[in-house]
Design a protein around this ligand. Structure first.
Ligand SMILES: [Zn+2]
Length: 259
């Protein structure tokens, strides 16, 4: 990919080669910017990670940790255990080479893919996450999974996509089988996005999705759809630029099952 030329006066190398990714797991990505030991300690940075149905997001608040320089390999094993299916580690041999050469760069304030020394060690979805701007992360109020703040809030609680879909779009969600009165449109659930695979788990179909239309028209389309068949249960969800109408799946009898 061609990169735009750097503006005059800016050294082309300042943003490059500033982070060596040591490893990662479900909740954390660890990197170093310098492997020069101070008091026999090497500084590593832990970046929080959120895995969502639409990819990986990096958090804004990094944690700084000191690792004993003579136990770097032990720390890596302990921090990124193979039992975590999302854990990965960078090349320890390359890390040792960096230690031997006394590599040191200025710690970045934001990670970008172009400053990575070892992008080949990093899984594709984590690389995609690094390519996007970081966001504030919070813990899901139900499962404690790390999630992106305000993507799925319900009754003032922060939820992950999984818990939001099963709670709000589950049996006890605000379903109805009549069109919405206008004032009710202000109270419908609001989510960053509706995730198809999670809807399937909740036995729900997204039957109408409208976006970038005037509000009254979107409301009319939603209500007309509900009015066309009031024997089903419906739930309208506000998304970033529109609305999605969900319909509860009716139990299928044997001969109606789709092929
Ligand atoms: Zn959760």
């Amino acid at each position: 990919m061609d990169r735009p030329p750097k503006p005059n006066g800016q050294k082309p190398s300042t943003a490059q080669g500033r982070a060596y990714i040591i490893g990662g797991n479900t909740g954390t990505l660890a990197f170093v910017s310098s492997v020069r030991a101070e008091n026999k300690q090497i500084t590593a940075w832990l970046v929080p990670l959120a895995w969502t149905p639409i990819g990986v997001t990096l958090g804004e608040n990094w944690q700084r940790v000191n690792v004993a320089a003579d136990n770097l390999a032990g720390w890596v094993d302990q921090t990124f255990p193979p039992e975590d299916e999302r854990s990965f580690v960078g090349s320890l041999r390359d890390l040792e080479l960096l230690v031997r050469s006394g590599w040191s760069a200025e710690a970045p304030e934001v990670l970008t893919d172009e400053m990575l020394l070892n992008p080949e060690d990093v899984p594709e979805d984590v690389l995609d996450g690094i390519a996007h701007p970081p966001e504030p992360l919070v813990q899901c109020a139900i499962c404690r999974r790390t999630c992106v703040r305000d993507q799925f809030a319900w009754n003032e609680r922060q939820l992950c996509a999984w818990d939001y879909h099963s709670t709000v779009f589950g049996r006890r969600g605000p379903w109805r089988n009549a069109p919405y009165e206008e004032r009710l449109f202000e109270t419908i659930p609001s989510a960053a996005y509706v995730a198809g695979p999670l809807l399937a788990e909740a036995q729900v179909d997204a039957i109408l999705s409208v976006s970038q239309l005037p509000e009254p028209l979107m409301q009319t389309l939603v209500n007309e759809t509900i009015a066309a068949d009031s024997s089903s249960a419906y739930l309208a969800v506000r998304t970033e630029d529109g609305m999605t109408l969900l319909r509860e799946r009716k139990p299928l009898s044997g001969e109606q099952k789709p092929q």
